[in-house]
Design a protein around this ligand. Structure first.
Ligand code: FE2
Length: 198
């Protein structure tokens, strides 16, 4: 017996599979939550890489390197979030359409004009994820799933540290970070890319 979740099928709660975690947990709620967090992490990873590729100006080198370092740390959180779904008995999403539907992070319509804008957007994305991870920790604790709670705690530590780095950077170097201006570079929708640079 199986039930549909997000158009896919997974074992029913009433018929736990021998040896699985189904007997003591409520995997459908946790799987839906984990897919949401996996998608958020993928979106944030792409956001970092996009800024790593496109940042310009006097702080180019420092920001280019930092965005890539942060991207790698965010990337490392994606795999365990996906594998936890498998541990709970459900398939893990890997197609961009499904991940895009699950992510709730704000997506750029236009490339931020300054390094400061990029950092502020990244910090806000981290804060969104931090709030979600805390809610997920509460959910997994209520559902008596210490393994998921532990995973979310480890992800939370990563995002809190990266958000702190960005916040400190904004406070200590706001004067030079605001100098970068790449002009209106539209990255979604129609029309040619305009860099504003001759
Ligand atoms: Fe690179």
């Amino acid at each position: 017996m199986s039930v549909a979740i997000d158009g896919r099928f997974m074992p029913s709660l009433e018929v736990p599979r021998p040896g699985s975690l189904m007997e003591s947990h409520h995997p459908s709620q946790l799987v839906a939550y984990l897919r949401h967090e996996q998608a958020n992490a993928v979106q944030l990873y792409l956001q970092y890489k996009g800024y790593h590729w496109n940042v310009r100006g006097p702080q180019f080198h420092d920001l280019h390197v930092m965005f890539d370092e942060h991207a790698k740390l965010v990337l490392d959180t994606i795999d365990p979030l996906a594998e936890r779904q498998r541990i709970l008995g459900a398939p893990a999403h890997y197609d961009l359409d499904a991940l895009g539907r699950s992510s709730q992070l704000a997506v750029d319509v236009q490339l931020p004009g300054t390094g400061k804008d990029m950092i502020e957007h990244l910090a806000e994305s981290h804060r969104h994820i931090i709030r979600d991870l805390k809610a997920g920790f509460e959910l997994s604790t209520e559902l008596h799933d210490p393994g998921t709670a532990d995973l979310l705690t480890r992800c939370l530590v990563v995002h809190e540290k990266l958000e702190w780095f960005l916040r400190e950077l904004l406070e200590s170097r706001v004067d030079t970070l605001g100098e970068l201006n790449v002009g209106p570079m539209v990255i979604r929708g129609h029309g040619p890319i305009q860099t504003g640079v001759a």
